[in-house]
Design a protein around this ligand. Structure first.
Ligand code: 9UX
Length: 68
């Protein structure tokens, strides 16, 4: 499965790393691509292992805002 999350508040490369790292620690995440300029985070994942809500919470724990 693949989805795009809109994440607000990422402005530098460290933000990108924080978000990638947080998602990468979740089981079932197969790929993460962050576009800093737009705030779009493309995630490739196994939907039997991880939910959108878990991804959202992991990103929010890092201090960023997930829109929808
Ligand atoms: Mo960069 Mo991101 O100094 O929260 S780590 S803006």
């Amino acid at each position: 499965m693949e989805m795009t999350l809109q994440v607000n508040g990422m402005t530098c490369g460290h933000c990108e790393k924080a978000v990638k790292g947080a998602l990468g620690e979740l089981e079932g995440i197969q790929g993460v691509d962050v576009d800093l300029a737009s705030g779009k985070v493309d995630v490739v994942y196994d939907d039997t292992l991880v939910t959108k809500n878990e991804m959202k919470e992991a990103i929010e724990e890092q201090g960023y805002d997930v829109v929808a």
